[in-house]
Design a protein around this ligand. Structure first.
Ligand code: ZN
Ligand code: ZN
Length: 432
């Protein structure tokens, strides 16, 4: 170790100085001192925070496919910009993404050959039935919405996706706390032991999907996950017959950030899960790099339905392989309040019965009534909120755990070092 060492004190954050004579470090500010093992742990943690992440992806190889005349026929939606390749038998009807009927024929300079694809498994009838089922039991759905839902206009589209695989190596530091509590008389003594935890580990993620379609909201496509990859086949244009296909207009490079965020969150949480035996663990720093990676271009089957209700546009997407639906239904706020008040009232009445049963007539007071009302209002709010949440199934994906091959997860470095202790005393005289 060199003579000059600069650290932040793990206990108080003050700059810390090297004290040669004691063979360790001492903090002039808070008086904590640290031995060599602790100094090394702090050094490893500093290294993590100085290390920068390197998440560069290799470019996918791409091959353009065209007709004999060097073009490929389809249509363009002037409203949302979607570039759709249509099977001749289908013709251009309306844009599957935004419902615009004024689509124009368009000859494209070919389309890139997908590496893999999943063929449609659910036909139009089953897609329509699943959609109808989706409306069912949705208590806040406005009357009349399901009647005018244009189910016959549902369209099957092969949506372009980037499937991204990588071996990710994460280096992370955490703070772990073990808490011991002891009560004596009217005092509670809390002892917190703080540990510096360091983990380096690697793991393989396979085929995390990100859609390559600008016209489609990312959260809608994330909401369709997961696809069953055992259904992946080599690309064959015979599968396109009877369906639309969307040319990608979001490049592999443009989706890399979405994927990086998901991988980073998953790697950090996997490493964190190996820090066991603590009452709480917090991330201090993390850095990530890819040891290897691969991007594949895929076409995945999606049934699309765009519908208008009271001048608002609603889009629904259904996984054409599994039937999972992603979309946002309109909410009837009148119904929302009706269910909220109904749940509140039921809970309030039950509360009265319970008070009468357990406490008799003495139980009724201003205070208990207020408490029961507050609890009832909360129940009503939570119930109506859960009904509201069921109206939307589109959600942005924030992690990639589904795509982690857990067998490949290896912890390469690990250390758990006790750093310092903090003591607190709480007054418990008021019976807390
Ligand atoms: Zn200190
Ligand atoms: Zn459109």
């Amino acid at each position: 170790m060199s003579d000059v060492v600069n650290f932040k004190c793990p206990a108080c954050g003050a700059p810390i100085s090297y004290k040669g004579e004691s063979g360790g470090l001492a903090c002039d500010y808070c008086g904590s001192s640290f031995d060599m093992e602790q100094v090394k742990a702090a050094e490893a943690a500093e290294k993590v925070s100085a290390e920068s992440s390197d998440m560069t992806w290799t470019e996918p190889d791409q091959e353009l496919i065209t007709d004999e005349d060097g073009k490929i026929e389809g249509f363009l939606c002037p409203s949302c910009g979607a570039e759709i390749i249509a099977d001749e038998s289908l013709g251009a009807t309306e844009c599957p993404y935004c419902g615009n009927k004024a689509v124009v024929p368009h000859a494209f300079d070919g389309m890139y050959r997908p590496d893999v694809m999943i063929p449609f498994k659910l036909n139009k009838e089953r897609a329509q039935a699943a959609m109808k089922n989706f409306y069912k039991g949705k208590k806040l759905l406005p009357n009349g919405f399901a009647d005018g839902n244009r189910l016959k206009e549902i369209q099957g589209v092969y949506v372009p996706f980037w499937l991204m695989s990588c071996e990710a190596e994460g280096n992370a530091s955490f703070e772990g706390i073990k808490t011991e509590t002891r009560e004596s008389g009217k005092k509670r003594y809390i002892k917190e032991k703080h540990y510096l935890i360091h983990r380096r580990g690697k793991m393989q993620f396979n085929r995390i999907p990100a859609d390559g379609s600008k016209a489609m909201d990312d959260e809608y496509m994330d909401g369709l996950e997961p696809y069953d990859y055992s259904g992946l086949v080599q690309y064959d244009d015979a599968y396109f017959s009877g369906y639309l296909a969307n040319r990608y207009d979001v490049s592999a490079e443009e989706v890399q950030n979405r994927i990086n965020v998901r991988v980073e969150n998953s790697v950090t949480s996997e490493l964190m899960r190996t820090a066991t035996g603590y009452d709480s663990v917090n991330v201090k720093d993390s850095a990530l790099r890819y040891n290897s990676n691969k991007t594949e271009y895929a076409m995945l089957p999606v049934w699309m339905l765009t519908t208008k209700f009271q001048n608002e546009k609603y889009s629904f997407a259904m996984n054409g392989q599994t039937g999972k639906i992603s979309g946002k239904l309109p909410i009837d706020m009148g119904k929302y309040w009706k269910y909220l008040i109904l749940a509140l009232l039921i809970c309030f009445i039950v509360g009265q019965v319970l008070i009468g049963f357990f406490a008799g007539s003495d139980g009724f007071s201003m205070l208990t009534e207020l408490v029961v009302f507050a609890v009832s209002a909360f129940v009503g709010w939570a119930y109506a909120g859960s009904l509201k949440k069921a109206m939307s199934t589109a959600e942005t994906a924030t992690e990639a755990g589904k795509y982690l091959d857990t067998k490949t997860f290896k912890v390469m470095e690990r250390s758990d070092t006790f750093m310092y202790e903090k003591n607190r005393v709480e007054d418990i005289s008021d019976g807390k």
